[in-house]
Design a protein around this ligand. Structure first.
Ligand code: COA
Length: 153
């Protein structure tokens, strides 16, 4: 973990916080992974309350972000999990998932689902997610598999 550096998870409430999250996603998904910007940004990014966006601040700087969208009555979907390259491997990705799982639970969801890029499957498995099946599919040109985690009370 990241030594003595201070990390905090926050929920996005302002346009400025949302812009910081989108800047992280642009660096990670658009610049690093070549996802087209028009696929990366959608209606859930229109305003801070279009869905639940969270971010982690490390030493005063936004370092990672993720969002939660409704899926069905019992299920919420985690999307856009991104940690800036220089902040990876210090537990920030795990903090983002934990925060969104707490939000999902508070909304009455019983499980979270997500579509994992294949390279990130071991990361999600460490956080308690399991593959729904071995079926893989392309999204934005990247191979994914759907994963699920049942939320306990
Ligand atoms: N493969 C295997 N294990 C991984 C991993 C990977 N690609 N990324 C992280 N882990 C492991 C870590 O070793 C750590 O294990 P530990 O708890 O035993 O130490 C655990 O997963 C938690 O890692 P954490 O430090 O919280 O993850 P992170 O902050 O580095 O974030 C990602 C992980 C995937 C979000 C980050 O690498 C990232 O932003 N990648 C680019 C964007 C991306 O692909 N997002 C996923 C889209 S589905």
């Amino acid at each position: 973990m990241g030594g003595t550096s201070l990390k905090q998870t926050q929920i996005v409430h302002t346009e400025e916080e949302l812009r910081a999250c989108i800047a992280i996603r642009t660096k990670v998904f658009v610049e690093e992974q070549n996802v087209p910007l028009e696929l990366e940004i959608d209606e859930y990014d229109r305003s801070p309350d279009a869905c639940i966006h969270v971010y982690v601040i490390q030493d005063g700087k936004p370092a990672g972000t993720a969002r939660l969208i409704p899926y069905d009555e019992d299920t919420a979907k985690i999307q856009r999990v991104a940690v800036l390259q220089e902040y990876r491997g210090q537990g920030i990705g795990g903090m983002l998932l934990t925060a969104l799982e707490g939000q999902a639970r508070a909304q009455g969801a019983r499980r979270c689902i997500l579509d994992a890029q294949l390279h990130a499957v071991p990361f999600y498995e460490k956080q308690g997610y399991v593959k729904l099946s071995d079926d893989t599919f392309y999204d934005a040109g990247i191979l994914h598999v759907r994963m699920v985690k049942e939320l306990n009370e």
